[in-house]
Design a protein around this ligand. Structure first.
Ligand SMILES: [Cu+2]
Length: 140
């Protein structure tokens, strides 16, 4: 286990966070769902029409891998839905530190969603299994 080296790599990834924010803005923007994206492939089994009268807009996608989020820092509109895809080989969660949102365990290869808080602000989150996996969801 070369966890020390891994931690160093993670630190580098986190340092790159602000640079990644630009990418997310593009994701979060008004861009209509383009069918060309190979990563989308969402079968959405939980397509319950009775659930919500006005479905919130899709804000973007975060990837949880071993052992970081990409992008770690991202922006979503109030109440927007963020899709979390786990491309790693172990389960991860995307959990607000204040408990506002939580995917619960996301198995390798699985996808989950969280709903961004309705109140603008910066919400720190982490993986409840690996507390060094962290990021910030900015609601604005
Ligand atoms: Cu994790």
């Amino acid at each position: 286990m070369r966890s020390r080296a891994r931690a160093a790599a993670l630190a580098l990834l986190l340092a790159a966070g602000p640079a990644l924010t630009g990418c997310v803005s593009a994701l979060v923007g008004p861009a209509p769902e383009e069918t060309s994206s190979p990563a989308v492939a969402s079968p959405s089994p939980a397509n319950s029409p009775a659930a919500s009268p006005s479905p919130p807009v899709v804000a973007g996608t975060v990837t949880a891998r071993d052992f970081s989020f990409e992008p770690a820092d991202f922006t979503a509109g109030p109440g927007a839905v963020v899709t979390v895809t786990n491309t790693g080989t172990t389960a991860h969660t995307l959990t607000a530190q204040d408990g506002t949102f939580d995917t619960g365990p996301v198995a390798p290869g699985a996808t989950a969603t969280v709903t961004a808080p309705g109140q603008p602000g910066a919400y720190a989150y982490l993986c409840s299994f690996h507390h060094f996996m962290r990021g910030i969801l900015t609601v604005s």
